[in-house]
Design a protein around this ligand. Sequence first.
Ligand code: TMP
Length: 225
Amino acid sequence: MGTKKQQTRGLFITLEGVEGSGKSTQICHLEEVLTQAGHRVLQTREPGGTATAEAIRHILLTAASHEPVTPQAEALLILAARCQHVTHLIMPALKRGSVVLCDRFFDSTFAYQGFGRGLDLQWLRAANEVATGGLTPDLTIVLDLPVLVGLARRRADRGQQNRLDRETERFHRKVRRGFLALAAEAPGRMTIVNANRPAQEVRDELTEIVVGWLARPRRPPRRRS
Ligand code: TMP
């Protein structure tokens, strides 16, 4: 693909999961824990994170139903947003030595556009490689819960519903299966956490995983200088 892996000093952690899995709440908590431990932390999200990528997010989540976004256009828009995000926000932060906490990254593309929409995974992986320059998270946590529980949480919060939330239950089941299959393929990078329990319990397990992982000898905690 002509892309090469880039060297960075920072750490790249991503949170993934189906709708209503509580990622956004948990990522804020992780930011707090890591900041208190002395890390320089950047919290961001996908699609989004930069002005251009946020504009693409707006198109993706609000596109009018009279002109349905095709699965291919959806994937290409997400990848374009990712390219901007990686280039202008994530890589500079990693090069500065920050811990980057990202709410969704490429596993969402494989789960939603691959497993959910049925796009070819090999094509998605190749296109993603172009968008990211080969950047792969160091650690990915998948917050897993039954689709109906997550959708009920989102529906209870009507203001939060977007174009993808309104997809069929069948679609979301395929997405969930996708995340679980991806995690099974990458056990060294991806960890599944049961999110179908009180937020405090999920929070404690996440903290334990991330703090434990940062303390591993090959990944010494990075302190502010
Ligand atoms: P959010 O609701 O977690 O903020 O995510 C926005 C929506 O974008 C969510 O429905 C999942 C979707 N999405 C994809 O379909 N593919 C992707 O690659 C990403 C990052 C998000």
